[in-house]
Design a protein. Structure first.
Length: 448
């Protein structure tokens, strides 16, 4: 098998001859150094390294963009790997973007393009799904379930959505919708003009919402988590352990007041670490599971010595629960899925009730491989399995499947009337069955 060095020497020799003997070897080495190094690291660290061992990239591909070169390698694994990524000399891209929101630079909103829901016009509008705290969008007064009809007087199409992802300050025409109680038809009840400041870096808190709900004689803890990490994306913003301390404080409060049920809102949780997933799981897992295995990791043959069995953390104040509710969406992935799958094994699927949409399906972890050339490579390095060693789980299907976007009102996250949380609470009270339909007892009451 020809080596990459052989290719480069041959190319350099030809180019030297064309350039009348001028030695440009170092120039071409510089242009290929990122991909050459990345190829070597993938053969060493990639979980499916054996599947790319016999693959020989063309010499031209070593001169291409690192992201495109990495894509060539991952395609050879035949594993549908959409998790590995690379960053070169820049933080211009957010590998953990959620829909139209990214941390690096954005207005701090996520939205969906849709046809006029009232059916009165043929125009398209943006429905605001999430407004992130401390963002330009929040400062402008935008809230969940606003409808943005125009920006700077322009209509929306699928071709200009990037105008609301990041950029300069903009003038928005924001509309609000209402429902006619007589025939349930929808109509626009008002329109306001909103001045949206320029986009910027947005640091969304890992645990933006938590509170305790009173359901009859039962106290229910609610916690929203956007990522399972110990510190912010930018470590200079706040102390690195801020999020771990926040989680501990929230769970300590829930323990002190005696919560009997917990709802984890993981619909926006799309990345994190095993350590933080372990910590959160250790608070909510049933007490009898403490001391057993939380997850196991399985690396490639070259790094099999890094295979680990990670137990639940017995140092935390376990809440003493016997079931847990988890709100999910298509954004839910990575560490959130490892946590869910581990709890399902430890507590039984019937005691881990998922409400929402199917999750993304990331049963593997990535790890950073750093290089002197300011290259940050994040290849898939290991499977994350449950306590029994099962890592063949992929997308997780909800116990009660709900499309929140099908509802007229998107109530604020954490509000007991918000559709996913409300469904979890109603199931908790026995008002709906496991498949989301009304229980027989509730149906009888309705008939009366």
């Amino acid at each position: 098998m020809k080596t990459f060095l052989t290719h480069i020497l041959l190319v350099c020799g030809v180019l030297m001859a064309i350039s009348c003997g001028e030695d440009r070897t170092y120039e071409y080495e510089e242009k290929t150094q990122h991909n050459s190094w990345m190829h070597k690291m993938m053969l060493e660290h990639y979980l499916w390294a054996d599947s790319i061992a016999d693959y020989e990239p063309s010499w031209k591909s070593f001169f291409g963009k690192p992201s495109e070169f990495l894509s060539q390698l991952t395609k050879q694994s035949k594993q549908n790997d959409s998790w590995s990524y690379v960053q070169i000399d820049t933080l211009g891209e957010d590998p953990h973007q959620r829909g139209y929101f990214n941390h690096v630079e954005s207005y701090g909103i996520d939205f969906k393009l849709m046809n006029d829901p009232t059916g009165q016009t043929s125009k398209q509008v943006l429905r605001v799904l999430t407004v992130y705290p401390h963002s330009p969008a929040e400062r402008a007064g935008l809230v969940r379930n606003d409808f943005i009809c125009l920006f700077n007087g322009n209509k929306f199409t699928s071709n200009n959505l990037s105008k609301l992802q990041k950029g300069v300050a903009r003038e928005l025409e924001v509309c609000h919708i209402a429902e006619n109680p007589e025939d349930y038809s929808l109509y626009w009840k008002d329109t306001v003009m909103v001045s949206l400041p320029a986009s910027e870096y947005v640091e969304d808190d890992a645990f933006p919402l938590s509170h305790i709900l009173i359901m009859g004689d039962t106290l229910v803890g609610y916690l929203m988590c956007t990522r399972l990490t110990e510190g912010p994306v930018e470590e200079h913003v706040t102390p690195h352990t801020r999020y771990r301390q926040s989680l501990d404080a929230i769970m300590t409060q829930m323990k002190s007041v005696g919560v009997k049920e917990v709802v984890l809102d993981l619909r926006l949780c799309n990345y994190g670490t095993i350590d933080m997933a372990q910590r959160l799981a250790s608070y909510v897992v049933s007490p009898e599971a403490l001391g057993t295995t939380f997850v196991q990791t399985f690396w490639n043959q070259k790094h099999a010595d890094q295979n680990k069995s990670i137990p639940y953390d017995t140092s935390v104040e376990n809440l003493g629960l016997h079931r847990v509710y988890i709100l999910t969406s298509s954004y839910t992935q990575g560490a959130a899925e490892w946590l869910i799958h581990a709890l399902q094994h430890s507590m039984g699927e019937e005691n881990v009730i998922l409400v929402g949409a199917s999750t993304k399906g990331q049963n593997v972890m990535t790890s950073e491989v750093w290089h002197d050339f300011y290259v940050r490579l994040f290849p898939v390095v290991a499977y994350v399995a449950d306590g029994a060693g099962n890592y063949d789980y992929g997308s997780l299907t909800p116990t009660i499947e709900l499309d929140e976007l099908a509802y007229v009102n998107l109530v604020d996250y954490g509000d007991p009337e918000e559709i996913l949380l409300n469904t979890a609470l109603r199931h908790m009270l026995g008002l709906i069955s496991q498949n989301g339909s009304e229980s027989e007892e509730e149906s009888d009451k309705t008939a009366e």
